[in-house]
Design a protein around this ligand. Structure first.
Ligand code: ADP
Ligand code: MG
Length: 206
């Protein structure tokens, strides 16, 4: 079972990584967007860090609160998308199964929420290009009986490959799409920061 301590460790680790990488994420967004992705996520994760943890007794309620906090504190595209990921992830944690199966299903639910909101498909140069492969690999590993640690490690590797594959892509969703062909050659900021979230999960949830 995903404990509230592990969920809190995930949020805290992700906040740390976002603080460390905010300038770089914003710089990627400067090249193909409006130079705010790092500062957006940093504002959101600072608010998430300030959630009074003792008021949220289980992982689902804490992660749901984190999602609502991201929606309300982060503007633009990322707030609703990242917030929806956490809300849907939290909402799927009561499914039956071993830890790897439950977490893979929760990641799937988060991805479905992002796709419903943003309408991106793989190849559009968005967060979906990293999260999609990560979810597929997580489901595959979990169905083979892999441990949660192995499942999340493989998912993080798949996310990183998907992130790197966004570099040559021409954006078809979000602000970067306004650039047309000139969006090629830069790694998508959202694919970069969601990969950090999966890597963080691999460090903390297992
Ligand atoms: P904004 O684009 O409003 O300035 P951010 O800069 O915080 O918001 O986030 C940009 C990231 O959001 C992009 O790099 C991309 O990964 C993701 N994104 C933007 N639009 C969409 C969409 N429609 N579907 C999925 N992801 C999207
Ligand atoms: Mg932006």
């Amino acid at each position: 079972m995903l404990t509230t301590e592990k969920a809190a460790a995930w949020l805290d680790d992700y906040a740390r990584v976002i603080h460390e990488n905010a300038a770089w994420l914003t710089d990627l967004d400067r090249q193909i967007g409006d130079a705010d992705h790092g500062s957006n996520l940093e504002r959101g994760m600072t608010a998430v860090e300030a959630i009074p943890r003792e008021e949220y007794p289980d992982a689902a309620s804490l992660l749901k609160k984190a999602g609502m906090t991201l929606v309300s504190t982060v503007g633009g595209a990322a707030g609703p998308l990242w917030g929806t990921f956490f809300l849907r992830f939290a909402g799927a944690l009561d499914e039956p199964g071993d830890d790897a199966t439950v977490v893979a299903a929760a990641m799937r639910a988060g991805l479905v929420g992002i796709v419903q909101r943003g309408k991106a498909t793989e190849g559009d140069k968005t967060v979906v290009d990293a999260l999609g492969p990560a979810v597929r690999v997580a489901e595959q590993k979990a169905s083979q009986g892999a441990s949660l640690a192995d499942t999340l490690t493989a998912a993080a590797e798949a996310a990183a490959v998907g992130r790197d594959a966004t570099i040559p892509m021409v954006a078809r969703k979000g602000r970067a799409s306004y650039l047309g062909d000139r969006s090629a050659g830069v790694q998508d900021p959202g694919a970069t920061s969601i990969t950090m979230l999966v890597e963080s999960a691999a460090r903390t949830l297992a």
